[in-house]
Design a protein around this ligand. Sequence first.
Ligand SMILES: Cc1cc2nc3c(=O)[nH]c(=O)nc-3n(C[C@H](O)[C@H](O)[C@H](O)COP(=O)(O)OP(=O)(O)OC[C@H]3O[C@@H](n4cnc5c(N)ncnc54)[C@H](O)[C@@H]3O)c2cc1C
Length: 402
Amino acid sequence: MPNRITVTVVGGGIIGCAVAYELGRRGADVCVLERRDVGQGATQASAGILAPFIEADHAGPLRQLGSRSLELYSRFVSDVVADSGAVVPYERCGTLEAAMDASSLARLERAARALSETGLECRLLNAAEALIQEPHLGPSVIGALHVPSHGFVAASALTTALREAAMRHGVSFLAPCAVTRLTSTGSRMSAETNQGPRHSDVVVLAAGSWTEGLEFGQKPSLPVRPVRGQLLQLRWPTGSRLKQVVWSTGCYVVPWPDGTTLVGATVEDVGFDEGATVSGVMSLLDAAREVLPATEHAGFEAVRVGLRPGTADDLPVIGTRRSAPRLVYATGHYRNGVLLAPVTAQLVGDLVLEAAPGPLLEGVSPDRFASAPDARAGETAAAGWAGSDPARIRVARQEKKR
Ligand SMILES: Cc1cc2nc3c(=O)[nH]c(=O)nc-3n(C[C@H](O)[C@H](O)[C@H](O)COP(=O)(O)OP(=O)(O)OC[C@H]3O[C@@H](n4cnc5c(N)ncnc54)[C@H](O)[C@@H]3O)c2cc1C
């Protein structure tokens, strides 16, 4: 096919695989470089919850991206299933966000009012109504917010299916293949790897928590950093599974059709340490037992650990810098990479193939981290990849309690 755009995707997590699938099915010549195996980064640990109206508790870019992605989800999953032939567990069973003290209940009341004003179907329940909605709730629950449109998807199964579907659209995967450096050579990009260089028109950087070392001197480097999450895999004790995802201030609990129940997740600032800890496991078990006492009798199957790619403002980084138009960022998805995979893929596809940066990109541009002199340098640096040298942006975080 003449003039096919060539794209190298760095990273084979759910974001890299979703982007590769989207670009491949829209006709690009795509190669994914992954240093481990597909889906073995943060993605393998994910609970797969699709809950923008909990994660983004106010109107803003995350709410906009999350609700758009949720709208895309059913079609996205059915396309991937059709193109791959794989089975991907996916349910829109709703979430029940439980309050166990007066201030949490007041917060849920405010959230219910605000969400209802936007037209979203949701219901604030008192303790008795909440117990009917979810009979496993413990006596400390005094109220709950039910959002029926939320759900979950099996993130690992979806990522494997995305790889298969992408390959059927001609995308190639090199794994294990570690990218050591990205450079630009005129109108081309080069990825240096432990298996030699690879040249393409565009590079999509989807390396999750490991983004920072790869930016070939772009300044300031993006403040993407690892935020460890531990998640428990239990076997639910009784025959009656939970009816929906249950969320409390200390944990969330996801019921799988096969009786597996996920309890997540810790939020820890410990660098690149991917190990599980006793305190992490205990804190999750305590929180789960409080909201769902039957957890006491669950079987213990596994602990999963992943490094979420966090950013200073908890928003993903999608798009290009003015100083590097052939380097497309798709990273920093923090707690919502599974939810945001469809919308990220669509936005990157439109940007790379149609040169059409959608309005949703405005709030998540990599240039939001640049200082004013840096941004000005970028405007005149399209050919030279120039940049000034401002102090590195400090990563300051305000973790939500949940
Ligand atoms: C415990 C836990 C629970 C979560 N629950 C949810 C949830 O319920 N819902 C939700 O939406 N999100 C959830 N998340 C967040 C979600 O998992 C992440 O946002 C998402 O997986 C990020 O995907 P990614 O592809 O950007 O990163 P990753 O999955 O980390 O993939 C990045 C890939 O890049 C590769 N890579 C890095 N450097 C290089 C290099 N130099 N060369 C080649 N390859 C490289 C890595 O090996 C890795 O495979 C959770 C995360 C955790 C840890």
